[in-house]
Design a protein around this ligand. Structure first.
Ligand code: PEP
Length: 250
């Protein structure tokens, strides 16, 4: 049975312009439906659109988030960087940290841990991405990888109620491939076990990300352990994004 408190996170990556924000009107309508009351939509556009997006949706029940942050907490001589203080000032409430596309560019578990701490300091809610590569899955070391990413990413963080985990198998991002429900359920349960061992709140959400689309959303949402989706490609098309939401909550 579908969870009645689902998160729908739209990760626009390096896409989008102000006209695309206009298209969020139809999503604002959905967010106002009575049956949507307990669900959440979070848009994560590029930094340059955060403030415009926030101004557009601030009177609705839609939230805005950034896709990354600098690990430093203070202002300083870091040309081209954006830190959590600057993100907070745009009105954004959420932030994606640890996305595999940024891990690929050099974000280690250590850096990710610093970024999470900096975001929490600014009272941003963190969407912390973890996931194994295809080669790691093949070697059957998925659990090992997930455990390392979670424990190192959360080191020294005692208050974790503002953290949401997004489980994103890297082989599934943008490929059209998704794990079977059995595999996904097993991995999500393993993540929950690690979180419990770290004494994380039982209320901590675990999302799934990786090629979610209008065709597979219903099947994925049947896994009651999943508290929502992080959606990349399909979130750029508002019709597809709406379809995913409708298929999930109906
Ligand atoms: C993502 O951006 O993390 C993602 C899951 O992308 P996609 O939905 O395109 O696979």
């Amino acid at each position: 049975m579908t969870n009645n408190n689902m998160y729908f996170v739209a990760n626009w990556k390096m896409h989008g312009n102000t006209n695309d924000i206009e298209r969020s009107k139809s999503i604002i309508k959905i967010s106002k439906l009575k049956k949507f009351k307990n669900h959440k939509i979070i848009y994560c556009p590029p930094y340059t659109l955060l403030k415009t997006f926030f101004d557009k949706v601030k009177k609705s029940r839609i939230f805005v988030g950034a896709q990354n942050t600098h690990p430093g907490t203070e202002f300083g001589p870091f040309t081209g960087s954006i830190n959590s203080k600057l993100i907070k000032a745009t009105g954004a409430k959420y932030i994606i940290i640890g996305h595999s596309e940024n891990r690929k560019l050099g974000d280690t578990n250590f850096i990710i841990n610093k970024k999470i701490k900096s975001a929490l300091k600014e009272k941003l809610k963190v969407i912390f991405c973890i996931g194994e590569k295809y080669s790691e899955r093949k070697k059957k070391i998925t659990n090992l990888v997930l455990k390392k990413q979670i424990t190192k990413g959360l080191i020294g963080i005692k208050k974790n109620e503002n953290i949401i985990i997004s489980y994103e198998p890297i082989w599934s991002i943008g490929t059209g491939l998704i794990p079977t429900n059995v595999e996904l359920k097993k991995n999500i349960n393993f993540i929950r076990k690690i979180l419990n061992s770290l004494k994380a709140s039982k209320k901590m959400k675990i999302l799934y990300g990786g090629s979610v689309n209008p065709v597979n959303a219903k099947q994925l949402a049947e896994i009651s352990e999943i508290n929502g989706f992080l959606i990349g490609g399909a979130s750029l098309n508002s019709k597809k994004f709406i379809d995913i939401i409708k298929k999930t909550i109906n």
